[in-house]
Design a protein around this ligand. Sequence first.
Ligand SMILES: C[S@@+](CC[C@H](N)C(=O)[O-])C[C@H]1O[C@@H](n2cnc3c(N)ncnc32)[C@H](O)[C@@H]1O
Length: 290
Amino acid sequence: MTQTRAPHDGHHEHGHHQQRGADSGQAEILDLDAEVLAEHIAAITKWLPLKSGPRQIVDLASGTGAGTFALLERFPEAHVTAVDASPGHLQRLREKACARGVGEHVRTVLADLDDATWPDLGTPDLVWASASMHHMADPDHALRTVRDLLAPDGLFAVVELAGLPRFLPENAPADRPGLEDRVHAATDRFHAEHVPHRGADWGPMLNTAGFAVAGELTVAVDIDGSRNAAIGRYALGALQRIRGAAAAELAAEDLTALDRLLDTSSPHSILRRDDLAVRTERTVWAARRN
Ligand SMILES: C[S@@+](CC[C@H](N)C(=O)[O-])C[C@H]1O[C@@H](n2cnc3c(N)ncnc32)[C@H](O)[C@@H]1O
């Protein structure tokens, strides 16, 4: 397994890029997301309208490897190049690859995909970008760069989130029902400014960038928390991460109620609830070059 450093080592701390200090918190969430949504991600890799098993895969903005490992499970013969701007995420991905015995099938590339020129990523027959494209400062440029990169008959899979998952019942917590919706609404302005393409319909943008969409699939996620102990930790981590963006816009009573849920020593901690679920949607567009 190798790691390549792109010529423009892209871990700038501005705009759409992740802050170094935030990486480890994000890594936990990405790992929990991969664990909790494993069956749904597997359903997406199974659905991909491929003409034959891919040999060379690029996982764009791979994070800690949710897609990389799901794809290697589906296509064990393949080699995956995982690209991300976070050295911490890539290190974690490499450690996982070694632990799973697939180190020889994984190459990591540290790169800022907002750079005008990308490092050499080979000629993949599958490019996978999950919850990635909405992080690009210029998504159209990124889509066109993928188009130029892809093998002539290759497939580009763009996976997008409907938003962050919901974990609490609508009538929770008892003293502030509907809190979770209000927390999300309080982050709308932040997200509109920082990740305006999150939840976007990528079909028209793929067409504009010179792709033909071969298929689109939306996978509904509704997982009962009692089935999976990781869901409490996932809910805690996700709400901890959006608290910062929501705090300034939330009513004081809502912020107090949120902090009670986030206080792991409180009897009201989200970790102690037995009524959690994960409710969200993932949509995938599979596209070929025109
Ligand atoms: C929401 S995470 C998704 C990770 C992974 N694809 C998954 O499905 O779990 C977004 C990822 O994009 C990376 N990222 C954001 N901006 C980037 C950029 N300009 N160049 C490369 N990676 C970037 C982040 O470091 C993070 O790993």
